[in-house]
Structure formats: structure tokens, C-alpha cells
Design a protein around this ligand. Structure first.
Ligand code: UD1
Ligand code: CA
Length: 456
């Protein structure tokens, strides 16, 4: 059966007290609405429409790489009205639309799959996801008949005393037969406590017309919606635990899961050990048998097998097998570090490639450079890549030895097997096998201290 999805994301989220629309706030490094979109895609739904309103341009920008379509709800007149705004998206389609809210990122892929199957196999015109909780507070109540059939949903503010006590709540996640939904939306009124067009009223409308309406009960944790920063942190903590648990079950040692922050799309190989206070973000992939000592941030990077990283920052880069990084190294975007290399303390690498077995052990800056294999950088080397206007490139051949405190003024090339003397400022090409000495000759002025009256 044809399936599409509409995601409600037009609300402002007043209680977030933020310039950023609520659905763009991040949980485990990813915007809430993008969590929901990604889960829809994992459940096999390609055609996803995001209903935007408040902060629509920002929400569009924040979801730009997700290949979704948009509907605009100009005024926020309720969840039913929001879905009416997606009429152009839904009209003429036959099949199922899954409607989810953009502020509930904890729903699991397997639950969405079960929910879609439940809806289709039950041949319902509408199916709601529900859960049973002790304190149903502001949630819509699911009202069932004595036989257990779903009759309607009543919003907390519209409940009678008896209805208010019902503990089964509407999670705000639905499957609808598209044509039935469009027909029912025409019949909505805003004759209720909040003066809004409620999507939830569609359930009662369909039931009254004699159509089959279903409900699937699920774990409350998966349905939690975020309305405030406190709930954002609670949601983050639930998802973080879930992510960490998944990695541990896959064979990763996490020494202290409470202080380990792994984004939802990160992959980690077996027998890697993650020490406390590591943040692994974005599309990072960490190989097998790595040791991530404490206090690193690794974002959108590929870390091959058997790498050790300590107290460092690695962004949008690749680190080859067996290499060690840190403590206190900074590997900036578009860098590629070879295998069995060493990027040591207080070393910054920017948009450079470093060959296999090359050692850059301490206090060095390498920017816009191509460095070969088996090179050695002495302490305090600086690639002078910026002339105040433009960035230039430095090329260093295999087996080169860069003496301590060398400045390599770009553009410049050090050919393979060449050496630079400590303290040299290199401005011209160093030929293969040569030693470049580019510093003033030492002069000793005998007796100078005594003559100046400085002798102690
Ligand atoms: C809604 C449900 C309630 C359910 C709860 C679950 C209705 C009437 N009520 O209540 O039964 O228990 O979710 O969390 O649907 N939105 C729009 N446009 C609007 C209004 C809302 O896009 O005009 C979006 C919001 O951005 C949000 C979602 O719809 O993502 C839910 O809206 P919200 O106002 O939070 O609904 P609740 O009162 O929580
Ligand atoms: Ca809500």
C-alpha cells in the first residue's frame, strides 16, 4: 500500500523561550524534526511532507538536506488545521498517511513499522498510538466503549470529570486512510475549550460514521513530546542511554555511559573502548580496537581501526589505522592523516594530508599542506600558509626531516629525503637529499657580559 508521512512542525514552542523554532532544537546532536524524518525513512516512507508555520524559513533550512516537501500553515489554528494546510500534498493520493509531530523524537523505528502494519492489517480508516500513564496531565484522553472500542479523543481541557480520570492518552501519532482523513477534516469545527481545529476530532467523526478506528498501545517513553528545555534534557538523557546501550550490546566498552555523548548516527566498531567525557558527533565512524581516552570531541570524521585519541578535537577528517592523536591536538576539517602516524600534543592540522608513519609530535601547525610518508617534524614547526590575503600550499616529500622551529613559508616545497636545519625559515624549494640552513650564522662576542657590567 502507498504510504506517505506528514510531520507537524508549525507551532512556535513558546515554552522553549527561544529564537529557534522548537523542532530545530537538538537531541543527541540532531534536530528533533530530523529525528522524526529519519525514522519515517527507516520505516520505508519516502514521501515526507513537513508542515511549517512559525519560523518556517528556519525549519526549511534546518531540514534542507532531508529531501522533504513542505506545506505552509500560516496561522496556527490547531493540529487539524495544520493537516488541512497539507491538503495539496494529500489530495489525489490513495493509501496511508502517517502523521507524527516534529517534537517527539523518541519513537522507535520498530514501533513505527508495527504501527503501520497494525493499521493496514486491521483495515482501519484511522489508527492512533496510545499509552497508559499514571499522570495523564495535559494529554488528550482516549475514550473507549465498554467493549474496548475507541470512540473518540477528548483534549484534557475539554474533558468531563469522568473523562479526565482516563489514563490512556493520545500520543499524537496517527495513521489515516488519506481519503477518509480529507473528508473528515472538512467537518472539523473549533467549538472547544481552546477554539482550535483539533486533528483528534477526526477519530470521533470517523467512528460516528461507522468506520473502523484502531488504537495501538505503546511504551510511554517513546511518545514523549518536548515542550520545554527541561523536557529537552530529559529526552536527551533517554536517547543517550538508548544509544550507549546499543553500542555496548554491539561490543563497545563504554566506561561511564553517563558521561559519554554519542550522536544517533555514529558507528563504532567492536572492542573499541570509550573513556568518559567523549563526544562523538554527526556522521562519525570509529573503527575496531580503538581507544578513545577521556575528553575528546570527534565530529563527522572517520577514525580507522586501532587509533588512540586523547583530549583532542577532530572535525570532518579521517585518521588512519594505528595512528595516535593527542593529547591536545586539533585536527580541522578536510584533513587526512595516514596510518601509524603520530599527531602529538599541541599540534594543529588544517586541511592537510599527512602520510603514513609521519610523526608530528609536538607544538606544530600544519595548514594547507601535503606531507609525505615517514616524515619527522621537529618541535615548534610552523607552516606559514597565509600571507594576509591568500592561503598557499606547502608540499613535503617522503622521508623529509623538518628541524625544530622551522618556518615553511608557503608556497614552498621540501623534496623527498631533504632536511631543514632547526630554526630555519624556508622560502625556497629544498632539493631532494639536501639540508637547507636558512638562519643567521652564530656570532660569539667574547667578554661582552663583563664589559657591560652585567657579571654577577
Ligand atoms: C496534541 C493532541 C493531544 C495529544 C498530544 C500529544 C490535539 C488537539 N491534541 O496536544 O491529544 O495527547 O498532542 O503530545 O491534536 N501544531 C501545528 N499547528 C498548530 C498546532 C500545533 O503544527 O496549529 C504542531 C505543534 O508544532 C506540535 C504538534 O502540532 O508539533 C502538537 O501541537 P501541540 O499544541 O503541542 O498539541 P498538544 O496540546 O500537545
Ligand atoms: Ca505537545
Amino acid at each position: 500500500m502507498y504510504r506517505c508521512a506528514a510531520i507537524l512542525a508549525a507551532g512556535e514552542g513558546k515554552r522553549m523561550k527561544s529564537e529557534t523554532p522548537k523542532v530545530l532544537h537538538k537531541v543527541c546532536g540532531k534536530e528533533m524534526v530530523n529525528h522524526v524524518i529519519d525514522i519515517m525513512r527507516k520505516a520505508g516512507i519516502e514521501d515526507v511532507n513537513v508542515i511549517v508555520g512559525k519560523g518556517s524559513e528556519k525549519v526549511k533550512a534546518g531540514t534542507a538536506d532531508r529531501n522533504v516537501s513542505y506545506s505552509l500553515q500560516e496561522k496556527q489554528l490547531g493540529t487539524g488545521h495544520a493537516v488541512m494546510s497539507a491538503k495539496d500534498f494529500l489530495s489525489g493520493k490513495t493509501g496511508v498517511v502517517a502523521i507524527f509531530t516534529g517534537d517527539a523524537p523518541l519513537i522507535k523505528e520498530e514501533t513505527v513499522n508495527k504501527f503501520l502494519a497494525f493499521h493496514e492489517e486491521g483495515e482501519f480508516k484511522a489508527t492512533i498510538l496510545t499509552s497508559v500513564i499514571d499522570n495523564p496531565a495535559h494529554y488528550g484522553r482516549v475514550i473507549r466503549s465498554a467493549q474496548g472500542e475507541v470512540l473518540k479523543i477528548v483534549e484534557a481541557k475539554d474533558c468531563s470529570e469522568v473523562e479526565y480520570k482516563v489514563q490512556e492518552i493520545n500520543a499524537g501519532m496517527y495513521c489515516f486512510d488519506i481519503e477518509s482523513l480529507l473528508r473528515s477534516l472538512e467537518k472539523l469545527t473549533n467549538n472547544n475549550a481552546q477554539g482550535e481545529y483539533y486533528l483528534t476530532d477526526v477519530i470521533g467523526i470517523l467512528k460516528n460514521e461507522g468506520f473502523k478506528v484502531g488504537a495501538m498501545v505503546t511504551d510511554f517513553e517513546e511518545t514523549i513530546g518536548v515542550n520545554s528545555r527541561v523536557e529537552l534534557a530529559e529526552t536527551e538523557s533517554i536517547l543517550r542511554n538508548r544509544i550507549n546501550k546499543k553500542h555496548m550490546e554491539n561490543g563497545v566498552t563504554i566506561i561511564d555511559p553517563n558521561s559519554t555523548y554519542i550522536g544517533s548516527d555514529v558507528e563504532i566498531g567492536r572492542d573499541t573502548i570509550v573513556y568518559p567525557n567523549n563526544m562523538l558527533e554527526g556522521k562519525t565512524i570509529v573503527g575496531e580496537n580503538c581507544i578513545l581516552y577521556p575528553n575528546s570531541r570527534i565530529a563527522d570524521s572517520i577514525i580507522e581501526n586501532e587509533v588512540e585519541i586523547q583530549s583532542s578535537v577532530v572535525i570532518d577528517s579521517r585518521v588512519g589505522e594505528g595512528t595516535t592523536v593527542g593529547p591536545f591536538a586539533y585536527i580541522r576539517p578536510e584533513s587526512v592523516i595516514g596510518k601509524n602516524a603520530r599527531i602529538g600534543d599541541f599540534v594543529e592540522i588544517k586541511k592537510s594530508t599527512i602520510g603514513d608513519n609521519t610523526k608530528v609530535s609536538h607544538l606544530t601547525y600544519i595548514g594547507d599542506a601535503e606531507v609525505g610518508k615517514n616524515c619527522n617534524f621537529g618541535c615548534g614547526t610552523v607552516v606559514v600558509n597565509y600571507d594576509g590575503k591568500k592561503k598557499h600550499k606547502t608540499i613535503i616529500g617522503d622521508n623529509a626531516f623538518i628541524g625544530c622551529n622551522t618556518n615553511l613559508v608557503s608556497p614552498v616545497e621540501v623534496k623527498p629525503n631533504a632536511y631543514t636545519a632547526a630554526g630555519s625559515t624556508i622560502t625556497n624549494e629544498v632539493p631532494e637529499g639536501a639540508l637547507a640552513v636558512a638562519r643567521a650564522k652564530q656570532v660569539n662576542i667574547e667578554g661582552w657580559v663583563e664589559k657591560k657590567g652585567l657579571k654577577k
